[in-house]
Design a protein around this ligand. Structure first.
Ligand SMILES: NC(=O)c1ccc[n+]([C@@H]2O[C@H](COP(=O)([O-])OP(=O)(O)OC[C@H]3O[C@@H](n4cnc5c(N)ncnc54)[C@H](OP(=O)(O)O)[C@@H]3O)[C@@H](O)[C@H]2O)c1
Length: 265
C-alpha cells in the first residue's frame, strides 16, 4: 500500500531502529504517531517530523490498552510494532518479573495492538502491519532463550495473521534484522563480532520496512548474505548450525551481549 497520507503508528520510536524507521516513513509523506517511554527524546523526534507523540510503557497492560484506544481513534492504517527489549541472559539468572516484562513488551503488546487495529483496517479494506522480529526469530543462540521465544513467536503470529487478513486487503510483514551497527540494542552493547559476521545500518531496516509495506512482502531479512544463509541452514538443521556457531565463538558473543544489555532488561 502507499504510505503517502497514511496514518502510521510506530512503537519504540525513541530507539536506534525506531528513529531511523520514523524518519524513513516520515519522508514518504505519512502522518506519524510515535510512541516510546523517554518523553524528551520522543517529543524532540515528534517535533522534527511533525508527528504526534504518545508516551507509553508497553510492559503495563493498561498502557497498551490506552495506546490501542488512541490508535483506533486516530484511524491508524499502518502498525509498525518495533518496540522491544533485549531479552538476553541465561534463563536461571532471570527473575520471573524480568521474564514477564520481556513477554509483555516483545510479544503481547504487538499482538494486542494488532488485535485492536485489525477491525478498523478490515472495515476500511486497507492497512498494513509490520512486526520487527530478528534473525533470532529463526536461529536460537546461547543466553537468549526468552529473546528467541519472543522473536520466533512474533514471526509465527505475523505469518498467521497475514493469512487471516489477506482476504480483507490488509497486509502483514515481518522484518528480521541481524546485527545492526551505529545505533540500537546491539550497537549499544558494545561487543565485538566474530570476523565475517557483518552488520547493517539502521537505515537498511527502515528501507526494508518501507519495502515490506509498499510491496506487501511476507518477510524481509536485513543482514549480510553469509548470515542469511546461516539462518536458512539453522531452520533446516538447528543442531548442526548450533555446533558450527559454537566453533565460531557464539558462547563468548552471547555472554558479552547479555552483559552489555543488562541495563535494558
Ligand atoms: N539493534 C539490533 O541489532 C536489532 C537486531 C534484531 C532485532 N532488533 C529489534 O529491533 C527492535 C528495535 O530495537 P533497537 O535496536 O532500536 O533497540 P533500542 O535502541 O534499545 O530501542 C528499543 C525501543 O523499544 C522501546 N521500549 C523498550 N521497552 C519498552 C517498554 N517497556 N515500553 C515501551 N517501549 C519500550 C524503547 O523505548 P524507550 O527507550 O523510550 O524506553 C525504544 O524505543 C526491537 O524489537 C529489537 O528486538 C534489533
Amino acid at each position: 500500500m502507499k504510505l503517502r497520507n497514511s496514518r502510521v503508528l510506530i512503537t519504540g520510536a525513541t530507539g536506534g531502529l525506531g528513529q531511523a524507521i520514523a524518519r524513513g516513513i516520515g519522508a514518504r509523506g505519512a502522518a506519524l504517531v510515535l510512541t516510546g517511554r523517554r518523553r524528551e527524546l520522543l517529543d524532540e523526534l515528534a517535533a522534527e517530523l511533525g508527528a504526534r507523540a504518545i508516551v507509553s510503557d508497553l510492559s503495563w497492560r493498561a498502557e497498551v490498552d490506552r495506546l490501542a484506544r488512541e490508535a483506533v481513534a486516530a484511524e491508524v492504517d499502518v502498525l509498525i510494532a518495533n518496540a522491544g527489549l533485549p531479552a538476553t541472559g541465561v534463563l536461571t539468572e532471570l527473575s520471573s518479573e524480568q521474564i514477564d516484562r520481556m513477554l509483555e513488551v516483545n510479544l503481547r503488546a504487538p499482538m494486542m495492538l494488532a488485535h485492536a487495529l485489525a477491525p478498523g483496517m478490515i472495515a476500511r479494506g486497507r492497512g498494513h502491519m509490520v512486526f520487527i522480529s530478528s534473525l533470532s526469530g529463526k536461529v536460537a543462540s546461547p543466553a537468549s532463550a526468552i529473546y528467541s521465544a519472543t522473536k520466533f513467536g512474533l514471526r509465527g503470529f505475523a505469518l498467521g495473521i497475514r493469512e487471516d487478513l489477506r482476504p480483507h486487503g490488509v497486509g502483514v510483514s515481518t522484518v528480521l534484522p541481524g546485527f545492526i551497527s551505529g545505533a540500537g540494542m546491539f550497537a549499544d552493547a558494545g561487543v565485538e563480532l566474530p570476523r565475517g559476521a557483518g552488520t547493517r545500518p539502521p537505515e537498511d531496516v527502515a528501507a526494508a520496512v518501507i519495502r515490506a509495506i509498499e510491496r506487501n512482502r511476507a518477510e524481509i531479512e536485513v543482514a549480510p548474505a553469509g548470515l542469511r544463509v546461516g539462518a536458512a541452514l539453522a531452520t533446516l538443521a538447528p543442531q548442526l548450525a548450533a555446533a558450527v556457531s559454537r566453533r565460531m565463538g557464539s558462547e563468548r558473543l552471547a555472554a558479552e551481549l547479555a552483559e552489555g544489555q543488562r541495563e535494558k532488561r
